[in-house]
Design a protein around this ligand. Structure first.
Ligand SMILES: NC(=O)c1ccc[n+]([C@@H]2O[C@H](COP(=O)([O-])OP(=O)(O)OC[C@H]3O[C@@H](n4cnc5c(N)ncnc54)[C@H](O)[C@@H]3O)[C@@H](O)[C@H]2O)c1
Length: 267
């Protein structure tokens, strides 16, 4: 199998562009999928940014195609999956990477932010899957990877009720889909990133960035590449007997209690 473990597969990545200057999980995963031999269908509402990802993949000898879409819209999700099948003939891997805002405690929720957060984080994953599942079933199965967050199963470092609730929903979407579609040979898993340094947190102050790093048992800072290697594994046949799991990529933070890591912050 070697490093071409995705040879012959078609991978669709939502949010395959990049917001800001730091590489995000969608772009990093698309690049590693292509390096592993997959043809990659890149989806983003920012077409220009997805085109930069395509150029990076092609410069590396890989194959990619860009489709502009808003994956919070049912009709766009259908069009994207249809055009992926038309372009590359099948769909084997779906990475539902798009996520979005949702700050504030429960007394601060507004209709708009609640709807935006639930749409960006949860509806997008469900509706992309709505069309990907039959497409994968047609070609004998596939691997769907959702993206939650450490905030999807613990209270976040900042108050973010809409985001946390949506990311918790992504975990339950993973489990229900894994059970419903196992017999179609479709595996459904979820990556829960911890305190990665990515576009999401580009603007945070230096001392908070340092605190995020030191809180993790490993004491090192994660990047989008750490996420992307986990995505390659879950996409590949090497994880063929793994479905319905939530894989933390967080330097061990999910294993800790607040007091067990307290000393890390003051060492
Ligand atoms: N970076 C972290 O620390 C961290 C931690 C936990 C979870 N996550 C999750 O990882 C995922 C990626 O986060 P990131 O910070 O790497 O990337 P990001 O937030 O910068 O988004 C990546 C891309 O998604 C696109 N996008 C946003 N909404 C879209 C829509 N409706 N339709 C199509 N494209 C859309 C953007 O244009 C951007 O290019 C998200 O689901 C996020 O919630 C990140």
């Amino acid at each position: 199998m070697g490093n071409k473990r995705l040879e012959g597969k078609v991978a669709l990545v939502s949010g395959a562009g990049q917001r800001g200057d730091i590489i995000g999980t969608g772009r990093a995963s698309a690049i590693l999928f292509a390096q592993a031999g997959a043809r990659v269908f890149l989806v983003d509402w920012n077409e220009e940014s997805a085109a930069e990802t395509k150029a990076m993949i092609e410069a590396d000898g890989g194959t990619a195609f860009v489709r502009q879409a808003d994956v919070t819209k049912d009709s766009d999700c259908k069009t994207v999956v249809d055009s992926c099948k038309e372009k590359f003939g099948s769909l084997d891997i779906l990475l539902n990477n798009v996520g979005g805002p949702g700050g504030g405690d429960v007394t601060e929720v507004t209709d708009n932010l609640w709807n935006e957060s639930l749409d960006r984080n949860l509806k997008s994953a469900a509706f992309m899957s709505k069309y990907a599942v039959p497409a994968m079933a047609d070609s004998g199965g596939g691997s769907i990877i959702h993206v939650s967050s450490i905030d999807g199963y613990r209270a976040g470092a900042s108050k973010n009720v809409p985001y946390s609730v949506a990311k918790a929903g992504v975990i339950q979407l993973t489990r229900t889909m894994a059970v419903h579609h196992g017999r179609e040979n479709i595996r459904v898993n979820c990556i829960a990133p911890g305190h990665l340094h990515g576009p999401f947190v580009e603007q945070i102050p230096r001392d908070l960035r340092d605190m995020r790093k030191r809180a993790g048992p490993l004491g090192t800072e994660g990047t989008a590449w750490d996420f992307a290697w986990a995505a390659v594994f879950l996409a590949s046949n090497e994880s063929r007997w793994i479905s319905g799991v939530v894989l933390p990529v967080d330097a061990g933070l999910q294993a800790a209690t607040p007091l067990s890591v307290l000393h890390n912050l003051y060492d």
